[in-house]
Design a protein around this ligand. Structure first.
Ligand SMILES: [Fe+2]
Ligand SMILES: [Fe+2]
Length: 248
């Protein structure tokens, strides 16, 4: 029995791809074939796979059905975290998604899932991604202050959602946590954030995140150990479509 994770599948069986790199980059060519092949050879039916957001380009459920069917056909239990491109998923209506698709697909929001004696907690997260203004040497000397102010509101809301997930798990008697975010826990200017602080506060053993894809984005945030927490990027192109084992 193992726990695996990967993010940013950006499936599009019934919808239009909206990213240039996904249309042009060799890494994305037939990525859904590469990924399902990797899952079939790696995962067993008693394994758990956490999909860390940006599941589908579909804007509404009717445009996601074939993407969900693809996910449903992967081996093991599937848990989904919300990504910024998942327009089909209104956080406040997560209960409805679970009514429609459980037990095959489990949409995690303001709640937790159990893996052995661990609680799987998470939310989309958020981090300020600019625009940043660079000098002639490529160093950041300023950024869009209006966008930054807006970001803080989204970050606060996501921190509240994350705390609800942790508190639900804690109330359920759990004290071992694996924390999932779609967005990286920090942006390119930060060394820590409300998300890293919360991971440390609850003693999460690992923080798993995605969203950073394309070669230039892989090192936007924390990788490896910081203050006793292990951080791992699991965006699909970074992992070359092989899900990462998180726990045995
Ligand atoms: Fe993405
Ligand atoms: Fe994303």
């Amino acid at each position: 029995m193992s726990l695996y994770a990967i993010g940013d599948l950006h499936l599009h069986f019934q919808s239009e791809v909206k990213s240039k790199s996904q249309r042009r980059d060799r890494k994305w060519r037939k990525h859904e074939v590469k990924f399902s092949g990797a899952c079939q050879s790696l995962l067993k039916e008693d394994d758990t796979l956490v999909l860390v957001g940006d599941h589908s380009w579909g804007r509404k459920l009717a445009e996601c059905e074939e993407d969900f069917e693809y996910i449903r056909n992967l081996p093991g239990r599937k848990i989904l975290i919300r990504g910024n491109h998942d327009q089909f998923w209104d956080a406040k209506k997560t209960g409805r998604l679970n009514e429609l698709y459980q037990p095959e697909l489990n949409f995690l929001q303001d709640s937790f899932e159990v893996y052995q004696d661990y609680a799987i907690v998470g939310t989309k997260g958020f981090t300020f991604e600019g625009p940043f203004y660079l000098d002639h040497r490529g160093r950041i000397f300023d950024w869009d202050r209006t966008e930054e102010a807006h970001s803080w509101k989204l970050i606060e809301r996501e921190l509240e959602r994350l705390r609800r997930s942790f508190e639900a798990a804690k109330a359920g008697g759990f004290h071992k946590y694996i924390m999932f975010l779609h967005y990286p826990p920090t942006n390119i200017m930060e060394r820590e954030s409300g998300f890293t602080e919360m991971a440390e506060e609850y003693g999460a053993e690992q923080v798993i995140y995605a969203h950073s894809h394309g070669d230039l984005r892989y090192h936007d945030s924390i990788e490896g150990e910081m203050n006793g927490v292990q951080y791992h990027l699991v965006s699909g192109d970074y992992l070359q479509w092989v899900p990462k084992k998180i726990l045995d």
